[in-house]
Write a protein that binds this ligand. Sequence first.
Ligand SMILES: NC(=O)c1ccc[n+]([C@@H]2O[C@H](COP(=O)([O-])OP(=O)(O)OC[C@H]3O[C@@H](n4cnc5c(N)ncnc54)[C@H](O)[C@@H]3O)[C@@H](O)[C@H]2O)c1
Length: 355
Amino acid sequence: MKSIRVALAGAGNCAWSFSQFVAIAQADPDTKLPGLMCPMVGGYRLSDVHIVAAFDVDAKKVGRPLAEAFTAPTISATGFTRLGTDGDSMVLPAPLLDGLDGPLGAVVEQAAATRSATEEDVAKALVEWEVDVLVITLPTGASQAVHMFANAALAAGVAVVNATPEELARNEDIRSRFADAGVVILGDDLRSHVGATSLHTTLVELLLSRGLVLTSTYQLNVGGNTDFLNLADSTRSATKFASKANALRAAGMTDVEGAAGPTGFIEHLADTKVCFAHLQATSVLGSEVEIDVKLKVEDSPNAAGVIANAVRAAKVATDRGLSGVVDEASALLFKSPPHGLPESEARSAFLNFAS
Ligand SMILES: NC(=O)c1ccc[n+]([C@@H]2O[C@H](COP(=O)([O-])OP(=O)(O)OC[C@H]3O[C@@H](n4cnc5c(N)ncnc54)[C@H](O)[C@@H]3O)[C@@H](O)[C@H]2O)c1
């Protein structure tokens, strides 16, 4: 029977939504799931995914089964369903490093068991649980912790999906190490399913494809989950700004610095994210075109839709003997792949890969 054994580095909001998406698929593998872009990726259904372990540092999560960990106070994503047997998988301690630097340190208590945890322990657990794919959903800015998980996965020969904007796939040294070791890595920074980046880059591509000259644009984002709390600290959000700029560059824009990023934490929004995108361009005879749009989404399910494609793509690539970064998957699913493409080209490449 086909199966993909997944471990989650970070049992936070994205992990919770993804786990629910998998649970719904497992309960009825033949059901049509809204938002599931590809029922099959290289012969794998979403119901073939099994979440066998998770790692975290939160005292409310470590040492507990996943289903209980997802009741921690920092979880604000909606509970749509209960987890099946994957909910019994345990949350294991991981080294903290810079995981809770910034505002998160005030809302999360570090689990005592994490103080002695090492990278080697993580690698050992990945081998012990026969993990195929490690999904890294750590806080943005936790560069040391993200690199630690990448190194542990590499040592264990486990494929990596980097949902965070920290530099892994776009770091030449790291992707070469994965390629040399015959291990797949996909990243960086999830491009949410129908999110601010996809909306903004689609509009940029529309205007540029008609020969207009873009004169001004910005993308403002507010939300109330721990991701937005963390991103409210400028020492944590730098890689997110850089990543969103990479996505705009791939869409054809040149002047991208600071044009898009997280702009505010509004606690009562919880897992709701609101994006305001503005574009102004010069058209025929110097006439002006102005677009202002608002997008309101539940942030974490929006990530789950992409992780559902990414874990299956990582396993398919591994089955096919590929290693390092797989451009056909990374260009569509991430904001900052090493080789970015306009979304229409990225989508064709992915659908071709997934067929
Ligand atoms: N739509 C989306 O939500 C979306 C889209 C693109 C990218 N992302 C990225 O995904 C990542 C995760 O987002 P989230 O909303 O799930 O965040 P979250 O704050 O809900 O979860 C992060 C989890 O990581 C844990 N953690 C911190 N340090 C750790 C360590 N050293 N080892 C193990 N666990 C550790 C925290 O305790 C928490 O459980 C962020 O980097 C975010 O920018 C999210």
